[in-house]
Design a protein around this ligand. Structure first.
Ligand SMILES: Cc1cc2nc3c(=O)[nH]c(=O)nc-3n(C[C@H](O)[C@H](O)[C@H](O)COP(=O)(O)OP(=O)(O)OC[C@H]3O[C@@H](n4cnc5c(N)ncnc54)[C@H](O)[C@@H]3O)c2cc1C
Ligand SMILES: *[C@@H]1O[C@H](CO)[C@@H](O)[C@H](O)[C@H]1NC(C)=O
Ligand SMILES: *[C@@H]1O[C@H](CO)[C@@H](O)[C@H](O)[C@H]1NC(C)=O
Ligand SMILES: *[C@@H]1O[C@H](CO)[C@@H](O)[C@H](O)[C@H]1NC(C)=O
Ligand SMILES: *[C@@H]1O[C@H](CO)[C@@H](O)[C@H](O)[C@H]1NC(C)=O
Ligand SMILES: *[C@@H]1O[C@H](CO)[C@@H](O)[C@H](O)[C@H]1NC(C)=O
Ligand SMILES: *[C@@H]1O[C@H](CO)[C@@H](O)[C@H](O)[C@H]1NC(C)=O
Ligand SMILES: *[C@@H]1O[C@H](CO)[C@@H](O)[C@H](O)[C@H]1NC(C)=O
Length: 706
């Protein structure tokens, strides 16, 4: 690109505004579709106030007063300068937290829209200026390995069905369907019905169908194959993530990312395949008395899982952010490990998190579920489980008062009005740790562990800027494998066996996610930061959270870190800043709302650096008045229906079976007794593998077992 053209791009970028068509429309649409009702009301009220002069005065005070008639102005008639001052003030407001919250919401939605929206040609008005490109060369497209749909013969995509076609489509898959016309319900019978097709559900489907059982998998998301993936941040998040990637905890401190598509989290994960750490297994088996986790059964399940998804450590070419992490650690003499993945050693694809277009990433949709389909399993997409069906359990001597008969579902396509009910010998809940508890609770289960003990592996990020001209680390943030290196922050730096306080890895941040997390100080400053996007390397600090939260209803999640967690987070964040500086960053910073950052060059004294590092710590969330805040993010949810040796300790027993209902099993991240401390997918799949084998035993025993 020649200089003129690039300076023109930059000029038009500085003229770009989120108030221009079509951004406001898009923001309104997303708000209506995704936000909690309270948030919509709040934003309506605030916008209405800003539209009136008195309202503007009540929010902005003297900032909206001028010497000329009409003396008090409404927001839109103020100058840009004044409006900017007001936004700055409202993002920091000490007392009126709801106003601040509304401004934060609007900031996030506008920025996400501006940096992710594409027109019909796939272009975005900001991308060229900030140096972002979506890789989609024709050559790459023609290389897309698989043109066919590996789950094709077993999948029923309800988005293409009508009331008149559904029954036939189900029968065509060999299912025994009956129609109850009085109640407009289609009923299907099978041996096992599995809710969710992610890590847990995929493994269960494979193991159960291989054992000869008739399996039906229900998935509320849709089915995508490599050629369907756009690699575009906006549409991908909208289609493949729970709540379009906009799920937040009740106090808006935590943004929660979870997959919602065939393959679940495994289709969008960042490829890290790390086995359960030995100390964690020891804790689960000794403190929680769950012998499973130190058994030969579990250890060999981990081997089976890693083999099945082809985990390997060979990474020949690391992306820019991982080079930063590695070099920083090496310069500080810190240990840095390769992260095993299943992708060829040279798989250099930075948008795997939006679905891997090269089809290399081994999510359940291309591994376990394919096996399941080959063994006759049927996957119904766009189908949401709403309630488990129970009858009272009159079997002699059972401690379980209920018996699970199956599940009642809703098809998420308005052209299908009939309900679908699946009757099964066993019912498996594998909707993930934020969806399984609401489903159990709304079905009438009462065990107090259901929904509690929710661990999130909270994440905070730090960043460093590395201009291309004075760094020998090559590449751009959005290129290359997402997680290929990890550093474990130990309590004592010279003892590698001491407690791990946090782990440091690298994230996938498209420009829109980057913009959403980036502190907003002023419009100009913000655009300057965006221009540095391709060479701003982020590090994520993940802690093994000791404190936990709760999910009771769908989308309602409460969560708080305690001081132990905060201390670990602080340790990890400070280490991450050291690593960035050691790797040669010319500027480092955090996502704290006031834009905390430090320029580092040969004139920056060690003392200044130490002072800055010392000031880096997690701050409270958006709701605590008067303080700076930052968003936490979470991509790992666990523990919300944990296994326990009795019904006081857990929601399910060591076989994964509900303490209240016979024949109802949980087989996903909710089972885990506590946080894993590393990326949990291998742990979830290994646990699911063991549980699935126990379900096979249960089915084998018929109804005879005690
Ligand atoms: C962006 C991102 C990156 C990640 N990166 C990594 C990584 O690199 N390494 C790693 O180890 N882990 C990673 N994880 C975490 C990992 O993917 C999850 O922990 C894991 O997928 C959880 O497995 P699960 O079986 O509990 O649920 P999921 O895999 O989340 O599957 C649940 C599925 O059930 C469906 N569902 C839910 N409720 C219903 C219902 N009522 N009816 C029908 N269907 C329903 C959902 O749509 C979803 O598809 C990442 C997660 C995300 C979001
Ligand atoms: C379908 O279910 C009905 C009712 O249980 C049963 O009578 C019938 O034999 C079943 N058909 C097949 C093909 O399994
Ligand atoms: C992502 O998740 C799936 C989950 O099954 C796993 O098979 C895969 O190896 C993970 N990582 C990669 C590289 O895809
Ligand atoms: C990966 O590396 C291991 C050694 O760590 C080697 O044995 C193996 O052949 C390599 N596999 C691939 C696919 O390159
Ligand atoms: C990933 O796993 C699949 C299936 O097990 C295997 O065929 C493939 O070779 C693996 N990929 C790599 C690069 O190891
Ligand atoms: C149930 O248990 C009681 C007491 O143990 C026994 O007397 C009775 O025969 C059992 N009934 C059945 C149906 O097994
Ligand atoms: C934080 O919570 C965990 C688990 O409840 C507990 O073990 C720990 O002591 C708590 N820390 C503090 C400082 O309260
Ligand atoms: C460092 O300080 C010297 C002397 O004041 C100055 O000439 C130089 O430009 C400074 N370097 C940077 C990168 O600011």
């Amino acid at each position: 690109m020649d200089d003129d053209e690039s300076s023109n791009d930059i000029k038009s970028f500085f003229n770009l505004s989120a108030s221009q068509y079509p951004f406001p429309h898009e923001v309104a649409e997303v708000l209506g579709k995704r936000a909690l009702t309270e948030a919509v009301i709040l934003i309506r009220v605030i916008l209405w106030l800003l539209w009136t002069r008195l309202g503007t005065f009540s929010i902005c005070g003297f900032l909206c007063v001028s010497k000329k008639w009409p003396f008090i102005n409404n927001f839109s008639s103020l100058s840009l300068d004044q409006r900017e001052k007001i936004v700055q003030r409202c993002l920091k407001l000490r007392f009126l937290t709801p106003i601040r919250l509304a401004f934060v919401y609007i900031k996030v939605l506008c920025l996400f829209s501006v940096f992710s929206r594409v027109d019909e040609n796939g272009d975005n008005p900001a991308w060229k200026a900030i140096g972002y490109e979506v890789s989609s060369s024709d050559e790459e497209m023609s290389n897309l390995c698989d043109k066919n749909r590996p789950l094709g013969k077993g999948v029923i995509e309800t988005m293409h069905e009508h009331d008149t076609t559904l029954q036939q489509s189900l029968s065509n898959k060999g299912l025994n369907v009956t129609f109850d016309s009085k109640n407009n319900i289609l009923k299907i019978k099978c041996d096992a019905v599995i809710v969710g097709s992610g890590c847990g559900g995929g493994v269960a489907a494979s193991v159960l169908s291989k054992a000869g059982h008739r399996v039906i998998v229900l998935e509320k998301g849709n089915y995508f194959v490599p050629k369907d993936y756009s690699s575009l941040e906006g549409p991908s998040m909208d289609q493949q993530y729970e709540c379009g990637g906009m799920l937040a905890s009740a106090d808006s401190r935590m943004i929660i990312l979870a997959g919602s598509t065939v393959g679940g989290g495994s289709a969008v994960n960042w490829s890290a395949c790390i086995k359960t750490p030995r100390e964690v297994l020891k804790e689960w088996s000794r403190e929680h008395k769950l012998s499973l986790f130190e058994s030969f059964e579990y250890l060999s399940a981990m081997e089976t899982v890693c083999e099945r998804i082809g985990v390997n450590e060979n990474c020949t070419r690391e992306g820019f952010q991982n080079q930063v992490l590695r070099k920083g650690c090496q310069n500080l003499g810190l240990k840095v490990d390769y992260v095993p993945r299943n992708s060829s050693g040279n798989h250099y694809c930075g948008s795997c998190g939006y679905g891997c277009r090269k089809g290399e990433k081994q999510g359940t949709q291309v591994t376990w579920l394919v096996e399941a389909v080959e063994n006759g399993a049927v996957i119904i997409t766009g189908c949401k489980a709403e309630r488990f069906l129970f009858e009272s359990n009159n079997r002699n001597g059972s401690i379980r008062k209920k018996k699970c008969l199956g599940v009642s579902t809703k098809i998420l396509n308005s052209r299908v009005t009939m309900k679908l009910e699946i009757e099964a010998k066993v019912t498996v809940s594998a909707g993930g740790a934020i969806m399984t508890p609401p489903l159990m609770i709304s079905s009438g289960l009462k065990n107090r562990n259901i929904g509690r003990n929710l661990h999130l592996h909270p994440v905070l990020m730090t960043w460093g800027y590395f201009p291309e001209s004075n760094s020998n680390l090559k590449g751009k943030v959005y290129e290359g494998g997402i997680i290929t290196s990890v550093h474990k922050v130990q309590s004592s730096s010279n003892d590698s066996n001491s407690d791990t306080r946090a782990i440091i890895e690298t994230p996938l941040l498209g420009p829109a996610s980057f913009a959403t997390l980036c502190p907003w100080e002023s419009g100009h400053d913000f655009k300057q930061r965006m221009l540095k996007y391709p060479r701003t390397s982020h590090l994520i600090t993940i802690i093994r959270d000791k404190a936990s939260g709760q999910v009771t209803r769908e989308g309602r999640i409460s969560y708080k870190l305690n001081s132990t967690d905060k201390a670990n987070m602080r340790n990890g964040l400070q280490q991450a800043v050291r690593i960035l500086i050691a790797a040669g960053a010319v500027e480092v910073g955090t996502h704290r709302s006031d834009g905390q950052r430090l320029k580092c060059n040969e004139n920056t004294s060690g003392k200044e650096i130490e002072k800055f590092i010392d000031s880096v710590c997690p701050v409270e969330g958006a709701l605590s008045p008067g303080e700076n805040w930052n968003f936490y993010t979470s991509a790992h949810q666990m523990g919300s229906c944990r296994m326990g040796v009795n019904e006081r300790e857990g929601g399910v027993d060591e076989n994964g079976e509900s303490w209240e209902a016979e024949g109802l099993f949980v087989c996903d991240a909710s089972l885990l007794p506590s946080a894993v401390g590393v990326n949990p997918m291998i742990t979830i799949q290994s646990t699911a593998y063991c549980i699935s084998n126990r379900i096979v035993d249960y089915l084998g025993k018929g109804t005879q077992l005690s």
